[in-house]
Design a protein around this ligand. Structure first.
Ligand SMILES: Nc1ncnc2c1ncn2[C@@H]1O[C@H](COP(=O)(O)OP(=O)(O)OP(=O)(O)O)[C@@H](O)[C@H]1O
Ligand SMILES: [Mg+2]
Length: 340
């Protein structure tokens, strides 16, 4: 009874508006939505057909009157209208019951988000009838979600490898002392696989097929035994579909550039750390978060390049929204971690 009364009065959502996935957390219920950031619209007459999982089913299926899109690119809003529509629909999907107030939102954004990008997120949230909107940088939310002691003077390095961006941050005393946002992450790995297969085998595969190959065969260090699977691509010259076999060695090769770019960014972050912070990172190691950190052996590759301990958080795909949820639930304490 007391719980539901509290919910009526203190009504809010924490949102991880990701390039690949959107998650919503609400105090009292936890994660109430976890869907791909995809919108499907009918062109004539214009109307929303679906968002999230339902829209993903239509993705890449060519139909002259249907357009499916991922409205976020590189972690930021690329298509304002579609993001707006998506956020409003997702909030409507979870906003059941009776509330006396409009919701307060805490939304994760990439570090280094520009003023224009921040305004776009805030406007989208306000149009989804939010009462107030706070923004938190995703690495900070990930660190809080992973229960790192962000309040202490010790420096912690967190690397959030999402779909659109890899964010590297050093956090200490509730603030970010260093951050770098690299527009290379899981999506770029998928695109690199598509490019590699086209160049090497003359076959075109879809982006979700590439993602499947990355998850099933991908590794950031060479695997000792060959693993292979068959897939279907369209012959780029003859235009006909062809089944072919692909091995982990192909995927390893294809992923070299994006994986190297991520490793180099971590090294760059370390080179910027003061001697004191470097000492803390030596002691605490590097913490990986985000879906991209699930790439097999990525922690090992970063460990080999840096010589540091590297650990992945327990639930890399949900840690940002959990952290944003903690901020919403303990706003008095964590207000200082929000950038807006
Ligand atoms: N097992 C896995 N191995 C490799 N990559 C994976 C695995 N599982 C998920 N991914 C990748 O994780 C990425 C999505 O991660 P996440 O949901 O953290 O991104 P996001 O938060 O939506 O993006 P961003 O933070 O960049 O806006 C996708 O590129 C997906 O392919
Ligand atoms: Mg993310």
């Amino acid at each position: 009874m007391l719980g539901s009364l509290r919910r009526i009065f203190r009504h809010g959502y924490a949102i991880d508006l990701g390039t690949a996935n959107t998650l919503i957390y609400t105090p009292g219920s936890g994660i109430v939505l976890n869907e791909p950031s995809i919108v499907a619209v009918q062109l004539r007459p214009p109307r929303l057909l679906a968002v999230g999982n339902e829209a993903k089913k239509l993705y890449g299926k060519s139909h002259p009157n249907v357009e499916t899109a991922r409205p976020l690119k590189d972690g930021v809003i690329a298509d304002f209208n579609k993001t707006n529509l998506m956020v409003r629909t997702f909030i409507k999907m979870v906003n059941h019951g009776f509330h006396l107030t409009r919701p307060t939102l805490v939304i994760g954004v990439p570090s280094g988000t520009t003023q224009v990008e921040k305004k776009a997120v805030i406007d989208a949230a306000m149009q989804a009838s939010a009462k107030e909107v706070h923004l938190i940088e995703e690495p900070m939310a990930a660190a809080i979600g992973a229960k790192l002691p962000v309040h202490t003077p010790k420096g912690h390095m967190i690397v959030d490898i999402g779909g659109g961006t890899t964010e590297i941050a050093v956090i200490s005393m509730f603030s970010t002392v260093y951050s770098e946002s690299l527009r290379v992450a899981g999506d770029e790995m998928d695109e690199a696989i598509v490019r590699y297969i086209r160049k090497r085998y003359g076959l075109q595969i879809g982006i979700f097929e590439a993602e499947k190959l990355k998850i099933l065969l991908g590794s950031a260090v060479q695997l000792p035994n060959t693993v292979e699977m068959s897939t279907i691509g369209r012959d780029v010259i003859e235009g006909v579909p062809r089944e072919f076999r692909i091995t982990d060695k192909d995927i390893f090769e294809a992923l070299q550039d994006p994986v190297n770019a991520i490793v180099e960014s971590v090294l760059k972050g370390l080179s910027y750390a003061s001697p004191e912070i470097a000492g803390d990172i030596m002691e605490n190691g590097v913490v990986l978060a985000g879906g991209g950190s699930l790439l097999r052996n990525l922690h090992l590759r970063i460990h080999k390049a840096t010589g540091l301990k590297v650990a992945r958080v327990k639930s890399p795909l949900i840690v940002v929204v959990l952290g944003a949820g903690t901020v919403l639930e303990n706003f008095g304490l964590y207000k200082q971690t929000c950038i807006v």
